[in-house]
Design a protein around this ligand. Sequence first.
Ligand SMILES: [Zn+2]
Length: 109
Amino acid sequence: MTPERLSYFRDRLLALEKEIQATLEASKEDSGVVELDTAIGRLSRMNAMQNQQMALELRRRQEQQLQRIANALKRMNQNRYGLCGRCKQPIAEERLEVSPDVVMCVKCA
Ligand SMILES: [Zn+2]
């Protein structure tokens, strides 16, 4: 991969990281524990708990993606960015274009 492309993907990763961190920061307030003795009815309490479950699931996925981004940046510093984690072959740049944090080529994924 050329240094230009590498720096392009680095920028993409950093932008993605920033975006997810901002989303996580903004959703912090939503993931608080549902108060069980509030005056809301049983149904709306169930809704609130479902919403909370979904918010937690989303957070979990976002945190995993942050981890993948951090790993991708680490691989970049070790000159291994864009190489498949399993077969060590270069990952197609079109694939990296879609998700710059992927760790495996199409065949291995
Ligand atoms: Zn592979």
